[in-house]
Design a protein around this ligand. Structure first.
Ligand code: NAD
Length: 371
């Protein structure tokens, strides 16, 4: 399939930049999906794609996802993403990331990058040597550091919103909550849930992580095979994508699902099926937006307190999605997209009429930060 055909099949992107620097082995693509709400922010993924077309499809899909995530999160950010084609274990170098930083800089703040799968804080530091348009830089440079405590706090807010919707209370005291995956996000979430007085059931394939949470918080432990079918009030998937699929859908014994993992529904139809089963689904990208909120605060001049406070917004955002689902009699995954599209429409149009936009404010702030 021709490049333009592939692009046309994956949504209406504003701009796509192909970046090549043979000397340092750089082949990358930056996709800017939509900047109606503000500059496009999204991480740089480094992955050994089988074909260049696979890389293009990935960056188009991911950048569109970022538009929806930022819009539903209530942030003045657009959607963008970048992919570097290459093996992150063997093909990284200072030259490669600095050359990539040049390309990011050439977009003048229309695209802001960050860490993603296959890239690290060290890589962001090289990019920062060439452009101010990067987040997730080391704390010493005014960066926000590890986003997972903020993501997890947002997930806690999503769990509370689901509890309020389903049980009429956002107190989690005594509620049975199952957490799949005790990594960066899951382990912080378990701590927060423990502080709320919830009865937490956990599982991980890594026994050291299970032992840590068991010893610290006295949680109940079940095997990885059993976690999704455990009897509980709320399931909180924090490990893998596609955990709601044709094989698992009939096994859930919970009243709601609200977790941090990306792409929890294998297909959109599973959102409808959960609804028919009476299981309330809090859409993943609305629930796990705390990390994005955290880097957004970095653009304004970072403060951990403000970032933490901002993640509380996830509660309102998830509740708004539930309201739209009820209003339009649709599944919550579809309602999440609607919530994002409604904001893109109203605020995006407003910005067209009054173009003194937030991008300029960021430029000023970044300049101040860099002095
Ligand atoms: P992580 O790699 O630190 O943790 C994932 C954990 O899941 C690991 O401990 C792993 O052993 C465990 N796991 C894998 N397969 C499992 C299975 N079958 N059963 C039980 N446990 C299993 O990743 P993370 O940063 O905590 O992210 C978790 C999820 O949240 C991912 O889907 C990620 O894309 C998403 N997410 C993370 C952030 C963030 O700030 N880190 C932000 C948004 C979304």
């Amino acid at each position: 399939m021709g490049t333009f055909e592939v692009i046309a099949q994956h949504g209406n992107h504003e701009e796509i930049l192909f970046c090549q620097d043979e000397k340092v082995g750089l082949k990358a693509i930056i996709a800017i999906h939509n900047t109606a709400l503000g500059p496009a922010l999204g991480g740089t993924r480094m992955w050994n794609y089988k074909t260049e077309e696979d890389a293009l499809i990935d960056v188009l899909r991911l950048s569109k996802g970022m538009t929806y995530k930022a819009a539903a999160a209530g942030l003045n950010l657009g959607g963008g993403k970048a992919v570097i084609i290459g093996d992150p274990k063997t093909q990284k170098s200072e030259g490669l990331f600095r050359a990539f930083g040049h390309f990011v800089n050439s977009l003048n703040g229309k695209y802001i990058t960050a860490e993603d799968v296959g890239t690290s804080v060290d890589d962001m530091e090289y990019i920062y040597m060439e452009t101010p348009w990067v987040t997730g830089i080391p704390k010493d440079f005014g960066g926000s550091g590890d986003p997972s405590p903020y993501t997890a706090h947002g997930v806690l807010m999503g769990v509370k919103a689901a509890a309020h919707e389903k049980f009429g209370t956002d107190s989690l005291k005594g509620m049975r909550i199952a957490v799949q995956g005790l990594g960066n996000v899951g382990s912080h979430l378990v701590k927060y849930l423990h502080e709320e007085g919830a009865k937490v059931i956990v599982s991980d394939i890594d026994q050291a992580r299970v032992k840590y949470c068991h010893d610290q918080f006295g949680v109940e432990v079940v095997s990885p095979d059993a976690i999704l079918s455990v009897e509980c009030d709320i399931q909180s998937p924090c490990a893998l994508g596609a955990i709601v699929n044709d094989q698992t859908i009939g096994k859930f014994k919970c009243k709601a699902i609200a977790g941090g993992a990306n792409n929890q529904l294998a297909e959109a139809k599973h959102g409808d099926q959960l609804r028919e089963l009476g299981i309330l689904y809090a859409p993943d990208y609305v629930v796990n937006a705390g990390g994005l909120m955290n880097v957004f605060v970095e653009l304004e001049g970072y403060s951990p307190e403000r970032a933490f406070e901002k993640t509380r917004k996830v509660y309102d955002n998830v509740k708004r999605v539930f309201q739209i689902a009820k209003r339009d009699n649709i599944a919550t995954n579809i309602a999440a997209d609607k919530s994002a599209e409604e904001r893109l429409e109203t605020i995006g149009r407003l910005k067209q009429r009054h173009p003194g936009n937030s991008n300029r404010a960021f430029t000023t702030l970044r300049e101040v930060n860099n002095r």
